[in-house]
Design a protein around this ligand. Structure first.
Ligand code: GRG
Length: 294
């Protein structure tokens, strides 16, 4: 499967817009020079911007126009995501030296400043959700949803399972739960954020199914790439997962690829149902599945 043209056109338009927004607005919200350099270093290190792009794609799918308030709320999740990567790379966690093709934040600025850069990005993401022109009830709903899905009942719970069960093999249901929290919940948030910003909940059940399937597929794909790719291709170390709970470690590569295809099919079926029920074109969201080069 090649990258879908529709996804490429969308990314070509909106990834630079996300990058510009992040570059233009980060510095003015930080009041310490070294901290600003450290936070900007990781945010501007060149991630795919998948999560804000998903929010923007839901907004487009629901026929919304994208102004400053929509862009700022959509970019908030990228700040939070970058915090999670900085903290995940710390010596006390995965102790990784390479991220987004560059030395990790703690290698460059030391573990103390890297911890603070993560803390700053986590806090600032919530500030961006309320410091904009959206209606107050929308802002509150976004804050509530992000707290639930990124916090101790969401991504942080997944990360805790990841380190707690590092040398213990989980069965498939518990592995799926780990993946749902660690990776899936922030992706689910990103899709839900589009509905909340648009204040349009047509097909919310199908979009939740889509985002769950996409999130699980994203992590299975990441697990597979850790086994099959080079560090140069990924911009981060590979073969890091040998003691971790991953699909290839539990099921082997062939069954993991099958699980990936099955999960993608489930997500596509949810979007097809969404389109039939709502008469809304779901092809932009469906094009995100072409990210998985299977
Ligand atoms: C530290 C609380 C805390 C959580 C960390 C995100 C995370 C949870 C850990 C990173 C390790 C990992 C493999 C997570 C799975 C999700 C994942 C594949 C993250 C990388 O996201 P991409 O591929 O990265 O979107 P870019 O750099 O493109 O933004």
């Amino acid at each position: 499967m090649a990258i879908d043209n529709q996804l490429k056109t969308f990314e070509d338009q909106f990834r630079p817009a996300v990058n510009q927004f992040l570059q233009a607005h980060l510095a003015s919200d930080i009041d310490q020079t070294e901290l600003a350099t450290s936070m900007q270093y990781s945010v501007n290190a060149g991630g795919k911007r998948l999560r804000p792009l998903l929010t923007l794609a839901v907004l487009k799918t629901l026929g919304q126009s994208i102004g400053d308030a929509q862009m700022k709320s959509a970019c908030a999740v990228e700040l939070l995501h970058t915090y999670s990567l900085i903290h995940d790379d710390l010596p006390a966690m995965d102790n990784d030296g390479l991220r987004r093709g560059k030395p990790t934040n703690h290698v460059k600025f030391g573990p103390g400043m890297a911890t603070l850069a993560g803390d700053g990005l986590l806090t600032l993401s919530f500030q961006w959700l309320v410091d904009n022109e959206l209606p107050a009830r929308t802002q509150t709903a976004l804050v509530a949803e992000l707290s639930r899905l990124a916090g101790p009942a969401g991504m942080v719970a997944g990360q805790a399972d990841d380190i707690y069960f590092e040398d213990q093999q989980l069965d498939l249901p518990r592995l799926k739960k780990l993946h749902r929290h660690k990776t899936g919940d922030l992706i689910s948030y990103s899709v839900r954020a589009g509905e909340l910003i648009a204040n349009d909940f047509r097909g919310q059940h199908d979009l939740a199914q889509f985002s769950r399937a996409f999130g699980l597929a994203f992590q299975i794909y990441d697990d597979i790439l850790d086994v099959t790719s080079s560090a140069q291709q990924l911009g981060k170390p590979v073969h890091q997962d040998e003691h971790k709970n991953t699909y290839p470690n539990l099921l082997g590569l062939a069954a993991s690829s099958q699980a990936l295809s099955d999960t993608i099919e489930k997500g596509q079926a949810a979007l097809a149902h969404f389109e039939t029920e709502s008469q809304i074109d779901s092809s932009l969201l469906a094009s995100f599945f072409s990210y998985f080069q299977v």
